[in-house]
Design a binder for this molecule. Sequence first.
Ligand code: NAD
Length: 473
Amino acid sequence: MQQFNMNINGNPVQSGNTFDVINPATGIAFAQCQLGDASHVEQAVSAAKAAFPAWSQTSDEERRQLLHEVAGAIKANMSELMELVTKETGKPMGGLNGVGSGMEVGGSVAWTQYTAELQLPVDVIQDNEVARIEVHRKPLGVVASITPWNWPLMIAIWHVIPALRAGNTVVMKPATYTPVSSLRFAQLASEILPPGVINIITGPGSVGGLLTAHPDIAKVAFTGSTPTGKRIMESAAGNLTRCTLELGGNDAGIVLPDIDVAEMAPKLFAACFHNNGQTCAALKRLYVHESQYEEVCQAMAGLAENVVVGDGLEEGTELGPVQNLAQLNIIRDLAASAKADGGRFLAGGHVMDRDGYFFEPTIVADLTDGSRLVDEEPFGPIVPIIKYSDIDEVIDRANRNECGLGGSVWSSDLDKAAELAQRLECGSAWVNDHGALQPDAPFGGIKQSGMGVEFGLYGMEEFTSLQTLKVVR
Ligand code: NAD
């Protein structure tokens, strides 16, 4: 069994108590991690606080170079990190449409390199004989990064690298289900960065709660479920701590009645099922015009029947297991409720008869809004295809959901699709794609999907405060 320590002030830390990390493809523990408690929260925050003055005053050039070294260390350890990501999440090394741990670790390198190159501008508002007014972006202090289990390494990178680049120090708290790739990353980064600049503690959600309520935390970067996001905002309120909250999604995709079904179906399928549907901005409600409804349903069902499901460590696997038993039970429950609502199961519908937490890729037709499978985020391999007849009405239905993370319109008429996509109430809208993220384009949710954005300068600015400097002449 592999052992992983916390890392505080550049040193490995053990608590004396451990918890097991389970490989969801087998249901068997493969690693042990340290169960941190309030004392580790204190140690990690105080190490990060002590490191902040020097790190925030380190030159831009030096911070940039050190972060490029961190990217180099991730790259140099790519195969080990990929295997850890696959073992802890279950996602394939390659995966459907190339979405797997190779993309997760490769993306972590790309995001780190891109973000290292970002430069916070100084805006000059006035420069005349009366005065010069400049607006500076300053780091905040200690950032707490709290991450979920679906893209553990990538999402940690999305929090940590812009925070560090802007001059903050960091305490990470990964999900208990998937801490190991983050622990290995933090160990690699702590060998490059000055002591205390990056720290990581592990333990249950209550450890995250202590961190977010800590008075020396200047900012919480949280990605996870909407209920936890609300609890974090409550606990951060005590100190008026800033938060970026990237929360759940129940993204709609709308197919206009003019697509080439054979060409688009594999793209729609991948948008719904990559990472087994366990992606915040996966397509989770597919609305198809009545004129092409049956054709799209059959094409999607055929793809679901043929996709290769298995252990992510085996070559050729396209979809892995559901990451944990609790999530598997949510999906089983939603499938039962879809059946009770009269859903027509075109593919799948059952827990697979094998070790681990596998559920058949499932396509359900003939449900409509008001069914739990349509209204709630399943976060797994089950997708409802919903019939519509009127475009204005379907936009309303897509928007009549409390989430507002992403949305998409699929059509051969790009201008019309782009116009309709802008009517979707969501932070990211795509045409003929869904869930595609890149390091320079801002990403974030509205409504119950959260607040704030990540990526690019827009994202990095969230780890800073403004200081207006006026020099009177
Ligand atoms: P979760 O909310 O259960 O847990 C996320 C993290 O919060 C874990 O590290 C957990 O230990 C910690 N935590 C739990 N309670 C806490 C508390 N009271 N205070 C502080 N920290 C606490 O989420 P999950 O089940 O791991 O992730 C799945 C959810 O995340 C889905 O809803 C998905 O849509 C969402 N998600 C959103 C995005 C996005 O960018 N919007 C990305 C990935 C996942």
